[in-house]
Design a protein around this ligand. Sequence first.
Ligand code: GLN
Length: 483
Amino acid sequence: MHQMTLAEIARGLADKKFSSEELTKVLLARITQLDPQLNSFISLTEDLAIEQAKAADTRRANGESGALLGAPIAHKDLFCTQGIRTSCGSKMLDNFKAPYDATVVAKLAAAGAVTLGKTNMDEFAMGSANESSWYGAVKNPWNLEHVPGGSSGGSAAAVAARLLPAATATDTGGSIRQPAAFTNLTGLKPTYGRVSRWGMIAYASSLDQGGPLARTAEDCAILLQGMAGFDPNDSTSIDEPVPDYSASLGESLQGLRIGVPKEYFSAGLDPRIAELIQNSIQQLQKLGAVIKEISLPNMQHAIPAYYVIAPAEASSNLSRFDGVRFGHRCENPENLIDLYKRSRGEGFGAEVQRRIMVGAYALSAGYYDAYYLKAQKIRRLVKNDFMAAFNEVDIILGPTTPNPAWKLGAKNSDPVAAYLEDVYTITANLAGLPGLSMPAGFVDGLPVGVQLLAPYFQEGRLLNVAHQYQLNTDWHTRTPTGF
Ligand code: GLN
């Protein structure tokens, strides 16, 4: 039962092969049995899950239908869930029970999805390895000595290990696509503004975007359908109609123009990954796509710009966690300054403190123009590169990451080494574009992802290309041994 995709579950439930309650119980038992190896959940919500599953079964018995009605999922632990701990992977919020549901959570619940729990993540979504969580590192089910990617590593590891079919995640600089690549999943970062950020604890507000992590493009279409849409509570949410994503999955790739940036195949890319990317290009050519070399000349400046902008926004967003308004409060403060200092010093981990310091520095008088303003200018150049490229091609294709998942602890002593691994993903966030990662093969038994980028609001195009690819390849069907 645990091998079923969301699409298969929807068919099984519609055909009355099993009930949502039965399926939910099977998956909860599987999580209890297998998750101790992975640490992919921070909280399990068994009672809520059974209650939601029973309610979904009743709605179906009363004639309702819908692809998410009775479908088991989990939420990354930065989506606020009413009455349930929402920790953001941080000691700071270990005792925080959100007083309301995030829009994404409320929308999926209304569609009938069943919440099995809250998944582990890098603290405040800062990281690419899921090692900065206060609740401990998450392990990659493909090799328990390796990281699952981050910051949505809990959602990725749980779905890859078949603990559940799909989960929500967020992507500020790659945190949906990179863990998807590291665990053999399909993950989609939507256009900025497509999915409401209301109730999603902010890391870098101009870059953060929620999206689906699942095994197939077909399932990402189903989950995105339940997440996307205008939200008057989020002033950056965009009032554009949401297309039927599943309906966009039938289109031929004949004549599709795929741009491959020459900058992607530089010295930093593992040659074995380069070869797998070439194979995926050939596969898409067989399906009718036309390949064109393009250039993204400002790509080399994207990492430094991102690692100024994201910490700058984080330093502002995280100021609310002061032991008074939100978050952990130290014991016996002597005065207000002592209260702030010790509450924040005890509540935040090392990576979060590092980013707050970098961000506050970049925003300070005298350095604002030199760092923050300059980074914003680079951001515009990166966007302009994409706009020029999309005049010539329909999608852009390349690797999701330069290397496969590294060993736990391998980059702990050198944060910049981890930042460099984001080279292919962060440009989409800087430009606000949608991006998808899908399985493209293995290197030393570890999964490799191919990334597709599209113009604004072309999520349907990305999902269709990935779906056509998945109809003709079987990488996405591989299951990690032991799961
Ligand atoms: N690795 C990037 C960072 O640490 C991206 C994280 C994310 O997308 N949340 O900022």
